[in-house]
Structures are given as structure tokens and as C-alpha cells.
Design a protein around this ligand. Structure first.
Ligand SMILES: [Cu+2]
Length: 386
């Protein structure tokens, strides 16, 4: 009897949780959903289409408009919980303008973590794609899809990049670290800081040039970068935090789902769930089920980390079945790769921290956490496949 009632209670709790998860949704489900791909997975014809849309948007002043918007609202949309909803709405806005030129246009993302070890040698930054560093001195970019462009905001100037560390940016954040805080974070205030003061900042800083400014949308990398961060937010959301919104609004008051998104003046709850309302897109690598993460990485972690290290840094992975059970489901993933130890990530510059008026203690917490993570992995003898 006791057993029966407790299992009934468990079922009731599960149902309540499910209803609570969807109670916030007042908009209709999308009748169709398009997929934002990783940039390097575009076919030749998709890339040609994308480039022609971007050139038309540049011709008609849209790069300047989005650079202006971002610059104008800069102080309201960084360093507080507007960060994710604003940038989700902003990239969607950009993509919608692109679709007016060709409805097949979609905004790809850049899986920056895959290139974290030596960012400058990413294929994304080659002449066939987005091009590389600017020319020493002028920092005007000479190759890639924006080669030789003149950007109009804040005043006419050549499209520029100035890679960090004298053209050879040091490593940014590993896929392992990003997965670690996606699994550990239980509120928006922490998750937002963890992304904004790690991967978000170092990509802006290390690409440099236009990307180092309030008008960073002049570089199309901005959209690829923020689509990636939006994808990571969604991974965290489907990991149990679909409607989680807390922490400070831009004026310091507590934010909530009914707070308006800066500039757009529509409530945050209208952009929370992909596949509903206007948010009719998904990401190519979208986890297909709750708590599903990259299985290659899961296996690697389970196989190589001691239990205590695993449960500290990857609490969800630690709850998965033993390695052999996972391996039997996905046999092609058990082939062990030699791997390398994880390097310490690049950190934010003081100039960047000051420019955003970031809370220094929050930045320090994130940077210490990232260092502690690398120390823990290396102490455990972990070798990364990435
Ligand atoms: Cu921004």
C-alpha cells in the first residue's frame, strides 16, 4: 500500500511538472519549423544563396542598422538577464530581414567550441567562408564574404578584424567546460554570467576590429556567434530550465517572464520556447530529448573521469548508466581517441570589463570556475578528443 501510494504520488508529481512546464506557453505551436545549420555544413548552393542575401543586406544598409541598434542599446542588454532574450530576438530580427530577400535564407551558427584550441586556424576563418584577420596596420579584412566592405556605422570605415594575441588568439572554451556549466547551473543569473563572461566575451575580444565595438554586428561573425550562444541557452533550457528567467533587469530590478525585451517591447515569455509563436526555428544539433547531450563526449567523460570528479563537474552525466551500457547503444563511439589535455582559456580584458560595466566579482567567479575546471580535468588525467 505504501509502495503503491508513493508511486502514485510520483506520477502525480511528474504530471504536475509537465503541466507547469507548458503552463507558461500562451502562443500557438509553429506549423513548420526551419533549421539553423552549423556554418560549415552549408552546401555550396546554400552558401552562395547566403552570401547573395548578405550582400543585398549590406547594399541596403541593414548591417549599419543592426550595428546601430546593438550599439544604441548596448548598456541595457549586457551584464544582466536581458542578455539572452534580447540577443535571441535580435538574431531572429536579422534573419527575418534576410528572409525578405530570399525565404530560404537561415542564420547559421558557428560551433566555436570545436575550434577552441587554435581559433585562428578555424576553417570558418578562411577565404572560402568568413575570411581571416585584417591586414596589419589598417586591419581591413581582405578575404572572405565581407572582403573589402565599407561599413557605414558609426561612420564609413573598412570592415576590420584585429585578432588577439598578435594574430594568434589563445584557446577559448572547451566543449567539456560549456557542457559542465550547462549541467551545473540552476538559475539564469548564473548561466548568463557563465556564458557572457566566458565564450561570449573571448570571441568578441579575440576576433577584434569591429567585433570589439558596440557596433559588432558589422561583422557577420556576430550573428554566427550569437546564434551559437542562443543554441547553448536552448540546450540549457531543454535540460530542465525551459521557463527559467531570474536575475537583474537592465535597471537592476528583478526580471521576470513578463518583463519587456529591451527595444522590442514584447514580453520575454514570447521568445522562451523555440517552436512556438514567432520562434519557428530549431538548431541542427538540437538535443532530441531532455538531458540528451553529445554522446561522444558523454562516453569520453564516463570512461575517463573518476566518479567524484564526474559528479562534481558533470552531475547529469554521472547519473547515466555505466560506460558499457552507453557504449552498447552507440558502439561506433567507443573507439578511444588519444586526446590532449585541456588548456587554460583566454580571459576577458580589463578594457572589455570596463566597457560593459561588468560586476568584477561575477567576472572573477566565472574565470575562477573555468580555471578550477581545467585544473580538475588535468589532475584527473583527462584527455580531450577536441
Ligand atoms: Cu551584444
Amino acid at each position: 500500500m505504501k509502495l503503491l501510494s508513493s508511486s502514485l504520488a510520483a506520477a502525480a508529481i511528474a504530471l504536475t511538472a509537465l503541466n507547469a512546464a507548458n503552463a507558461q506557453q500562451t502562443q500557438p505551436a509553429c506549423s513548420s519549423v526551419y533549421t539553423r545549420p552549423e556554418i560549415l555544413s552549408l552546401s555550396a548552393s546554400q552558401w552562395t544563396l547566403t552570401k547573395s542575401v548578405l550582400s543585398a543586406m549590406q547594399r541596403d544598409g541593414w548591417f549599419g542598422w543592426f550595428a546601430y541598434l546593438h550599439n544604441n542599446w548596448f548598456g541595457s542588454i549586457h551584464g544582466n538577464s536581458q542578455f539572452f532574450p534580447f540577443h535571441r530576438r535580435f538574431v531572429y530580427d536579422w534573419e527575418s530581414v534576410g528572409k525578405r530577400y530570399n525565404n530560404a535564407f537561415v542564420q547559421p551558427y558557428w560551433d566555436e567550441m570545436r575550434d577552441y584550441r587554435t581559433p585562428a586556424s578555424s576553417q570558418v576563418l578562411t577565404s572560402n567562408w568568413l575570411g581571416g584577420n585584417g591586414q596589419s596596420g589598417s586591419w581591413c579584412v581582405q578575404n572572405g564574404n565581407q572582403a573589402g566592405w565599407t561599413m557605414s556605422f558609426p561612420s564609413n570605415h573598412c570592415f576590420s578584424r584585429n585578432f588577439g594575441n598578435n594574430g594568434n588568439p589563445t584557446s577559448w572554451y572547451s566543449p567539456e567546460y560549456i557542457q559542465s556549466f550547462i549541467q551545473r547551473d540552476t538559475n539564469m543569473a548564473t548561466f548568463r554570467s557563465d556564458i557572457e563572461y566566458s565564450l561570449h566575451g573571448v570571441v568578441h575580444i579575440n576576433i577584434g576590429g569591429d567585433m570589439l565595438q558596440g557596433y559588432s554586428p558589422n561583422d557577420w561573425i556576430f550573428m554566427l556567434h550569437h546564434a551559437n550562444l542562443d543554441r547553448l541557452w536552448w540546450q540549457w533550457q531543454v535540460n530542465g530550465y525551459l521557463w527559467t528567467m531570474d536575475g537583474p533587469n537592465s535597471d537592476g530590478s528583478a526580471i521576470n517572464l513578463n518583463t519587456n525585451i529591451a527595444y522590442y517591447n514584447q514580453p520575454i515569455n514570447t521568445v522562451m520556447q523555440l517552436g512556438y509563436g514567432s520562434m519557428c526555428y530549431q538548431y541542427a544539433s538540437n538535443p532530441i530529448r531532455r538531458r540528451a547531450l553529445d554522446s561522444t563526449l558523454q562516453n569520453k567523460l564516463i570512461n575517463s573521469l573518476p566518479k567524484d570528479v564526474l559528479s562534481t563537474w558533470f552531475p547529469d552525466t554521472a547519473k547515466l548508466p555505466a560506460a558499457s551500457a552507453v557504449a552498447s547503444v552507440i558502439p561506433e563511439l567507443v573507439a578511444s581517441q588519444p586526446g590532449k589535455s585541456i588548456p587554460f582559456p583566454a580571459t576577458l580584458t580589463q578594457q572589455w570589463i570596463n566597457m560593459h560595466h561588468y560586476n568584477q566579482a561575477d567576472v572573477n567567479r566565472v574565470q575562477n570556475d573555468a580555471r578550477n575546471f581545467v585544473n580538475a580535468m588535468n589532475k584527473a588525467g583527462y584527455k580531450s578528443p577536441y
